[in-house]
Ligand binder design. Structure first.
Ligand code: MG
Length: 165
């Protein structure tokens, strides 16, 4: 079994008048994140981790924010397309771990729903998806409530017999 890992990071600033979508889940909030797509910072970090593990570039390579096709698009669709890329390279997903860093609102009540959506998009068991959330202890731009950041790591597996794909 050949194992590869990839990391992902993303950040988006808050903007008034937008819905807050994290991990494909609508989070009650008085403001959302600014972005070309639905600005789902968690999914974007996971997409980068998956693409990084496969050596397939990053989210901007595959889904450029200059392309009107992706304006307002649900990032869960981008994740599903990313999984197709991963599988076409001959990999399967081992596990995904991730952390949201957000001062407000509290994410904890929505973690279970978020994990379910990510597992469904990736076609992997719930036990292979981890989503954690924490604050930045009031420090820096996150602590001042300017935006949200997300970190992710993904492990891909390839059967040795499959390496010629
Ligand atoms: Mg992003």
């Amino acid at each position: 079994m050949r194992i590869r890992t990839g990391i992902g990071y993303d950040s988006h600033r808050f903007e008034e008048g937008r819905p807050l979508i994290l991990g494909g889940t609508l989070i009650p909030s008085d403001r959302g994140l600014k972005g070309h797509s639905d600005a789902d910072v968690l999914i974007h970090a996971i997409v980068d981790a998956l693409l990084g593990a496969a050596g397939e570039g990053d989210i901007g390579c595959h889904f450029p924010d200059t392309d009107p096709v992706y304006e307002g698009i649900a990032s869960t669709l981008l994740l599903q397309k990313t999984v197709e890329i991963i599988y076409s390279c001959g990999y399967s997903i081992g596990n995904i771990d991730s952390t949201l860093i957000c001062e407000h609102p509290k994410i904890q009540p929505y973690i279970a729903a978020i994990k379910n959506i990510i597992a469904a998009c990736c076609g992997i068991p719930l036990s292979d998806v981890s989503v954690k959330a924490k604050t930045n202890e009031g420090m820096g731009w996150i602590g001042r409530g300017k935006g949200i950041a997300a970190l992710a790591i993904a492990t891909l597996e390839m059967d040795q017999n499959n390496q010629s794909i």
